[in-house]
Design a protein around this ligand. Structure first.
Ligand SMILES: C[S@@+](CC[C@H](N)C(=O)[O-])C[C@H]1O[C@@H](n2cnc3c(N)ncnc32)[C@H](O)[C@@H]1O
Length: 288
C-alpha cells in the first residue's frame, strides 16, 4: 500500500505502526541527528575496516543520511545496499542518491522485524557482503534475533557488523532540576515497550550474535555528558521538542507536564547544567 501524508505530516498506512513515525519533521530530525553523530559513525567504520570497493549493507537506513556517507566511502567500485520498511524514506533516499550521483547506492523495501522474505532478499541481492551497519533499528524490533540471523546469513567469512544501539536508555537526563525530563524519558520507554520495542536492546544482542557464531571484536561507550549549548545536548533537546507531540497524542504527555519541561529546559540555559545522553554503545562483530 502506498503511504500518504496529510498537511500535518501524519502518515496514513502501515508505517504508522513505527513508533517514531516517518513524517517530514522526523526526516529532518534524522538529518540533524546524523550530523551530530556522524563523526562517531565514521570512526566506527574505520575501526571495522570499511573501505573503498567493498559491498556493505545499511540495515534500517531511514532516509539514508548514513547511507550517503557509506556510499561515498565504498566509492564507485563498491556497493551499498540500504534496507528499510518505509517507502517514504526510501523514496527520499533514491532521489538524493540520484541527485548526488551515488550510483553505487541501491535500496530495497524490506521488513527487518519479520525478515519473512529473507531467502528472496538473499537470492536477489546475494550473500557474501563485506560488512553491515546498523544504528537505532534493533530497539524497535519485537524480536531482534530475526535481524541477527539475517545478518549472519548475509556476511562473508571475515565480514564485519557495526552496531550503534542503546544499552540503557534511561541514563538520558538533565541535572540538576531534571524532574520533567526524567518523567518524559520514563514515558518514552513505556511507549516503545508497548509497541514491542526495547530501548535497552544492546544488552541482549551479544548472546544473540554469539549464538549465530559471530565474534565480538570490540565495544565502546558513545555516551556523552555535556552543557546545554553542546551538540549532543542540543540533540537531546531536539528530541524532547519533536517527540512531545507524539507522546501527547498517545495520551502519555499532558500540557501541564509540557509546561514544566519547557521551564526546565529554559532554566538549564540560565544555570550550569549537565545533559547526559542515553547509554549508546558501539559493537563490532566479525563473521568467522
Ligand atoms: C531511528 S531511525 C534510524 C535510521 C538510520 N539507521 C539512522 O541511523 O539514521 C529507525 C529506522 O528503522 C526503520 N525501521 C523500523 N522498523 C523497521 C522494520 N520492521 N523493518 C525495516 N526498517 C524498520 C525506520 O523506518 C527508520 O528508518
Amino acid at each position: 500500500m502506498i503511504q500518504k501524508s496529510d498537511a500535518k505530516n501524519q502518515i496514513i498506512g502501515p508505517e504508522s505502526s513505527y513508533v517514531l513515525g516517518t513524517t517530514n519533521l522526523e526526516l529532518q530530525r534524522l538529518e540533524r541527528q546524523h550530523a551530530i553523530w556522524r563523526d562517531d559513525a565514521l570512526a566506527s567504520w574505520q575501526r571495522a575496516g570499511f573501505a573503498a570497493g567493498q559491498r556493505l549493507l545499511d540495515l534500517g537506513c531511514g532516509p539514508g543520511f548514513a547511507s550517503f556517507d557509506l556510499a561515498r566511502l565504498v566509492g564507485a567500485t563498491g556497493e551499498l545496499l540500504a534496507l528499510d520498511n518505509s517507502p517514504v524514506y526510501l523514496e527520499y533516499l533514491q532521489q538524493q542518491a540520484q541527485r548526488l550521483q551515488l550510483h553505487q547506492l541501491r535500496s530495497q523495501l524490506f521488513d527487518l522485524a519479520t525478515c519473512n522474505s529473507a531467502l528472496e532478499l538473499i537470492s536477489k541481492q546475494g550473500a557474501n557482503w563485506d560488512g553491515a551497519w546498523c544504528r537505532w533499528l534493533a530497539m524497535f524490533l519485537p524480536d531482534p534475533n530475526k535481524l541477527v540471523k539475517l545478518v549472519a546469513s548475509m556476511l562473508r567469512p571475515g565480514g564485519k557488523l557495526v552496531l550503534h544501539e542503546y544499552v540503557q536508555w534511561d541514563t538520558y537526563a538533565l541535572y540538576p532540576r531534571g524532574g520533567a525530563v526524567a518523567l518524559f524519558v520514563e514515558r518514552c520507554i513505556h511507549h516503545w515497550q508497548s509497541h514491542g520495542g526495547d530501548p535497552h536492546v544492546a544488552r541482549r544482542l551479544p548472546a544473540l550474535l554469539e549464538a549465530q557464531g559471530l565474534r565480538l571484536l570490540g565495544s565502546r561507550s558513545l555516551m556523552a555528558c555535556c552543557t546545554s549549548d553542546q551538540p549532543k545536548a542540543i540533540w537531546l533537546q531536539d528530541f524532547l521538542r519533536s517527540y512531545a507531540p507524539m507522546l501527547a497524542s498517545a495520551g502519555l504527555w499532558s500540557s501541564s507536564e509540557q509546561l514544566e519541561l519547557a521551564a526546565e529546559i529554559s532554566q538549564a540555559q540560565l544555570h550550569p547544567s549537565l545533559w547526559v545522553t542515553p547509554a549508546l554503545v558501539e559493537m563490532i562483530w566479525e563473521q568467522p
